[in-house]
Design a protein around this ligand. Structure first.
Ligand code: URA
Length: 235
């Protein structure tokens, strides 16, 4: 694994130009699984191929009229790490693959910096179709589409989830809290008690490079949680 300063250099930042906010890491704590939410595990786990087909044929919302293709997600369907973004952009809509544009290149560098390869993880989005002109997803689009994501979680059973950006964090945790309120601690994906870390969306990091240091802290928090959980399995 690269050091924090190597990571920041690879991400295009000079480490000495940064102020470090480590409060999040210091204040991390484990939240109990929320009991007041309907268990997401009730989502029937369709077979993977059938789920892919359902997404590919989906006409549940208007986005199907403007998309070029659906973007199911990509990676190992039995991955330990599940990364969740917001929605496909123009390039993803063309290729049918998540995070293949500029934000995807940054995501690849972030993964590389913690020795994770794209084919070791699964990358998905809350929405499987591109909102026109890259506008924010509408609430009803999220509520219509999110069951596909919950079924993906049910099938993959990842050991850790990284929610990238507000839409992923709020949809997975069923909250309206902000990224600022959610970062810096371990949450639990409600149905399966899977540890979940919230971080900034790579597209936001492209616009606000000063936040890359905090994204590094988030990755380290996720890695520590993953390593700790993996270690305790071997005891
Ligand atoms: N932004 C996302 O949230 N997802 C993608 O797949 C690409 C850009």
């Amino acid at each position: 694994m690269r050091s924090r300063s190597q990571y920041l250099r690879e991400m295009g930042l000079t480490p000495w130009a940064l102020t470090t906010d480590t409060r999040g890491i210091a204040s991390q704590h484990v939240e109990p699984a929320s009991s007041d939410v309907e268990p997401l595990g009730k989502v029937p786990p369709s077979g993977w191929a059938s789920l892919q087909q359902q997404v590919g044929n989906c006409t549940r919302c208007n986005l199907h009229t403007t998309r070029k293709t659906t973007v199911f997600g990509e990676g190992d369907p039995k991955a330990d790490w599940l990364l969740v973004g917001e929605a496909p952009g123009a390039e993803e809509d063309r290729q049918g693959l998540p995070f293949v544009g500029r934000a995807g290149q940054l995501l690849n560098r972030m993964l590389f910096s913690v020795d994770l390869a794209r084919d070791e993880v699964f990358v998905a989005n809350v929405l499987k179709c591109r909102p026109p002109d890259n506008r924010d997803p509408f609430g009803e689009e999220v509520s219509t589409c999110v069951s596909f994501l919950h079924q993906q979680v049910t099938f993959i059973q990842p050991k850790i989830i990284l929610a990238m950006g507000r839409f992923a964090a709020q949809a997975l945790l069923r909250t309206d809290q902000t990224i600022g309120q959610l970062r810096g601690r371990i949450h639990r994906y409600p149905a399966y008690d899977i540890p979940l870390v919230v971080t900034y969306h790579p597209a936001y990091l492209l616009r606000s490079p000063q936040a890359k240091a905090k994204a590094w802290d988030d990755l380290i928090l996720a890695l520590a949680e993953f390593d700790g959980a993996a270690g305790s399995e071997n005891v």
